[in-house]
Design a protein around this ligand. Sequence first.
Ligand code: G6P
Length: 612
Amino acid sequence: MCGIVGYIGNRLAVPVLIDGLKRLEYRGYDSAGIAILEGDKIEVIKTKGKVSDLANMVEKKKFMANLGIAHTRWATHGEPNSINAHPHSDCSGDIVLVHNGIIENYLSLKKYLEEKGHTFKSDTDTEVLTHLIEENMKDCKSDSFTDVLFQSLAEVQGTYGLAIINKNYPDSLFIARKGSPILIGKGKDEYIVASDVAAVLRYTREIIYLEDGEIAEINRDGYHVLNSVNDEVQKKVQQISWNLEMIEKNGYDHFMLKEIHEQKNSLENTIRGRLNYEEGTARLDGLIDYIDDLKNAPRIVITACGTSWHAALIGEYLIEEFAGIPVEVEYASEFRYRSPIINEGDIVFVISQSGETADTLGALREAKRKGAIVLGICNVVGSTIARETDAGVYIHAGPEIGVASTKAFTSQVMVLIMIALMLGRMKNLPLERGRNIVNALREIPKLVEDVLKNDRKIKELAKILSNHNNALYLGRGYNFPVALEGALKLKEISYIHAEGYPAAEMKHGPIALIDEHMPTIVIATKDAIYEKIVSNVQEVKARGGTVISIINREDTKIRELSDEVIEVPHTITPLTPIVNVIPLQLLAYYVAIERGCNVDQPRNLAKSVTVE
Ligand code: G6P
């Protein structure tokens, strides 16, 4: 998704802006651009393609500016080319801005502005903003640019995170937010603004997040944030614990591989200080104020998108088994628009790695409007979802840069296990069972490390799988969502079409596809329905299909039936998703490498989807 960086201070702006854009590359983009106030002129340079291409173009020019804005664009309106790339300018070239989000009424605004004599250069929705501001400057009696911004943005429908420079305000950088994140990184006599904290971490860990409706004017010596009714607000400065090393590859070829290998540590961080063996439970401080509401909840709804939605499905199995509370899981994009029923006492959980996904945020707001208590499970501290939920649990997985989510997923599942355990122990889950779960949870990081060490076999299998165009993933019970997640990983980064299915559902359709060209990956670790999955494997084999199974080391039956196996260590059934997903992440990774795909920046995908 689009990325914004802006700089005002005493350094040269270009290197800061380019470095910031590079840190945002992981989000996915197709073109990039930069605008700086050089002397008394705003210079705009844009290109289709990579930030490195943009860097080559600007570095030659030896700009001396120390005020500027920059952008990576992920096309929505208008094809990816240098004209549609941001920044965009008004007719005079004095007002230049970058924008994340979508201006929904841009066609009517464009018509109005063309009638007023404005000339448009691009096909984007964004460009209307520059001309609208220019138009409103003409009539505005106030000489405050923020007044003009308020007036202009009031005419806009849609979402925006904006960074703006105006030649006539050479000591100011302006930002605004509605629906798309934008933050200020506070340095010493310098400020870096960005849509994502990764772009500012090199310079500061003091962050000010803008809320919807707010506009800020930033100078070298301070900033003023105005709320939606144009009153100044005092903003909290948040300290971010992430550091630069955490957002670098540290010797790995890709962020995704690094993050897969970080899972022993990230899972340790997720459980640190939260398990209580004596009482056989978990303690989640973030939920303390809502413990009674949770315990008495007649129903829990969990909503999310993508990989987080898969974690939610596992959460449903966990909470229903441990705590006996009915759970419903729904895609956030469906939940927000279909008049979901929220009864008194129902609790809604939203799960989001980034804490910025537009649909999940929309679902959160819809649930709140309906009176539900909304609790969050997020990774990014201070993100919009983390701020807007009533309370929640951070997963503490550390920054996740790879577009295909890996360590966030396992930590989300870990948090859901702890929530289910905590609720279960407040209800009917016996102490001994609670203690067993706590013990098993403590073992998990070691088991994950064990799987990670044995990736030789997975690399071999990746060679075979990379020659296919389709794959079927099957799992049952807790491992049905793992099948979905394995299939999602493969399609996201290797572009092989893959479907996840509950193993028994295969015979209601997908079985028609089984032949020697359709490999089936079966998650078949030992549990109460192991024998059922043995039958499912036999069904595939009987039709000439190739089966790759994830099995426990001591397994014999499925080992014999399968063409290939990947061994994983044993854990208690509700915890198997965390162990079993690891080989599927690695498999997708190595298949993508075999096929020469760009793992960290898969085509058309974005790390954090901040538009609907
Ligand atoms: C995008 C990402 C996925 C992610 C999903 C939800 O589609 O590519 O990896 O699972 O968004 O993101 P969230 O940040 O809300 O968990």
